[in-house]
Ligand binder design. Sequence first.
Ligand SMILES: Nc1ncnc2c1ncn2[C@@H]1O[C@H](COP(=O)(O)OP(=O)(O)O)[C@@H](O)[C@H]1O
Ligand SMILES: [Mg+2]
Length: 280
Amino acid sequence: MTSDILPPLPVDAPVILEMQHISKSFGPVTALVDVSLKLRKGEVLALVGDNGAGKSTLIKTMSGFHAPDGGKMFFNGKETHFASPRDARALGIETVYQDLALIGDLSVYHNMFLGREQRRRFLGFNLLDNERMRELSRSYLDTLGIAIPSVNSTVDMLSGGQRQCIAVARSIYSSPTVLILDEPLAALGVRESAHVLGLIQNLRRQREVSVVLIVHNYNQIFEVCDRINFLHSGEIVLDAATSETSEEELIRIVKSGLGKRAILAAEQEIGPISPIELRN
Ligand SMILES: Nc1ncnc2c1ncn2[C@@H]1O[C@H](COP(=O)(O)OP(=O)(O)O)[C@@H](O)[C@H]1O
Ligand SMILES: [Mg+2]
C-alpha cells in the first residue's frame, strides 16, 4: 500500500518552516545545539537519532511548547515567536505528541472534536451537537479507511494502533499546514504501522501538508520520507534527501557513535576510516 513510487518534491516547493541556529538547554542538560533546518511545502521530513538526541525537544520547539534559548524561526519566510502551542496552532502547525493527548474515557467522536466541538442552538441553549460530531467522525474515519468498532466507543477500549490512527486522523482533520508526529509508530504492529504510514503517504501524494516524522525504523523512513535529518547529541549531523543516502549510511553514523562532521573531520586528518576504527 505504501511502497508506490512518488515523484520527488518539486525543486521550487517553498520553504514553509525554517529554524536557524536554534539552541535549547534544560539546566545543565544541552538538548539542542545550533540546529538549522528547512521544511518545504508538501515535504515529509524524517527526524532520526538515538534516545535523548533531542528529537522531541526539537519538535516541541516547532510547536510552541518550548521557547528556544537562542536562534530564529521563520514561518512562510516571516520570523515568528511562539509564546505557546496555541500560537503555532494558529498557523496550522498541529502536533501529535508521543503520549497522544487523547482522553481515554471520552468517546472517539468527542476526542475527534476536542477543543473544537460542534454546537447547535436549541430553545435558546447552546448545546453540543453530538449527532453531527458522530456523523462527521464516522464518515471522516471511513474516508481514511480507519476501522473502529464504533465512534461511540471510548478511546480506552481501542488498541494502541487504533488510538494512534484516531490521534493522527484528528490532526489531519484540522487541515494543518504542518503536521508533526512524534514516534507515531512506536508500539504498533506491522499492519497498524502500515496503516499510519499509508495516511502519511496520502498526504505526501497531495503535497499540500508538510510532515515532520520521528521514526526509528529505517525501512519506514525510506518508504515515506523525502528527506532525513539525523540528530546526534542535539546537533544535526546529516541532512540528506532519502534518494541521496542509504540505510547503510545511517547505520554507519549510528555505529560510529559520532556525527558525520566528526567522521569527516577525522578523515581529513588521517584519511578514510571505518566506523570500527573510530570507536577504538
Ligand atoms: N523537560 C525537560 N527537562 C529536563 N531535561 C529534558 C526535558 N526534556 C528533554 N530533556 C533532556 O533533553 C535531552 C533530549 O531529550 P529529547 O528531546 O526528549 O530526546 P529524544 O526525543 O531524541 O529521545 C535528553 O537529555 C533529555 O533528558
Ligand atoms: Mg522523544
